[in-house]
Structures are given as structure tokens and as C-alpha cells.
Design a protein around this ligand. Structure first.
Ligand code: HEC
Length: 110
């Protein structure tokens, strides 16, 4: 019964994996570890640069070089998700971890 042995091995592996996942699940994921998987400059280039400029200096959209002085990370997440006032919404386009990483970076600009 070789198949059975294989199955048991698979279950053990899954159990081990979910253990690590469970041990590492704070209610609020720290932004640093979120950004680790996300290429923030590339996201900005892909989605934002056309309106906010290559130096965040603005253009069609406002200057966001010091947006962290005005808005919190949560406010920036909401802003990117919903858009408005001439800015398109990115809720569907971007993954949640991408949104968060981008907002975390922007909220640090002061
Ligand atoms: C089509 C042009 C356009 C694109 C693309 C765009 N924005 Fe905007 N953005 C705007 C405009 C216009 C505003 C100002 C809206 C207003 O006055 O309410 C704005 C406002 C903002 C604000 C608020 C600034 C403030 O000081 O209140 C943030 C933050 C922001 N954008 C971030 C982003 C990010 C991050 C991206 C990429 C994911 C992005 N924007 C893509 C046009 C754009």
C-alpha cells in the first residue's frame, strides 16, 4: 500500500506547514514584513507614476512627496482603494498586500 504511505506523509507536511502559519499570525501584520514580498517602486511605476510623477512631485494628481504628514497609512489605503476626485480606484487592480505595502511606504514620507 504505497499510496497510503504517501498520503500520510502529505498530511504530516501540511500539518507542519499550518503550524508555522498559525504561530506567525498576528492580528495586525507589521508593514515591514508585508513589504518584503512586494516590489513597491514597481507598483508605484505601474499604477501611480502617470499622475503623481516619477519623483512623487505630482502632475495630473497632487504632489505626494510628504503625504505621510497629512494622511495615516489607513487613510492612504482607503484613498488608493476608493480613488475619487479624479483618481481611479485600485481596489480590484491591486492585491491587499500590495495596497498595504504601498500605503506603508507613502505614510512614511514626511
Ligand atoms: C489618473 C490619475 C491618477 C492615478 C493613476 C493615481 N492618482 Fe492618486 N490622485 C489623483 C488625483 C487627481 C488626486 C487628488 C484627488 C482629490 O483632490 O481629491 C489624487 C490623490 C491621491 C492621494 C491623496 C493625496 C493627498 O494629499 O490628499 C494619494 C495618497 C494618492 N493619490 C496616491 C496614489 C497612489 C498610491 C496611486 C497608485 C496606486 C495613485 N494615487 C494613482 C490622480 C491619480
Amino acid at each position: 500500500m504505497k499510496t497510503r504511505v504517501g498520503l500520510v506523509g502529505g498530511c504530516l507536511l501540511i500539518a507542519a506547514l499550518s503550524l508555522t502559519a498559525c504561530g506567525n499570525k498576528p492580528s495586525e501584520t507589521p508593514s515591514a514584513s508585508v513589504s518584503a514580498n512586494v516590489d513597491v517602486p514597481k507598483l508605484y511605476q505601474n499604477y501611480c507614476i502617470s499622475c503623481h510623477g516619477n519623483q512623487l512631485q505630482g502632475g495630473q494628481g497632487p504632489n505626494i512627496q510628504k503625504v505621510g504628514e497629512r494622511l495615516t497609512e489607513a487613510e492612504i489605503v482607503k484613498r488608493i482603494q476608493k480613488g475619487g476626485g479624479g483618481m481611479p480606484p485600485f481596489q480590484v487592480t491591486m492585491k491587499e498586500e500590495e495596497l498595504k505595502a504601498l500605503a506603508a511606504w507613502l505614510s512614511g514620507l514626511k
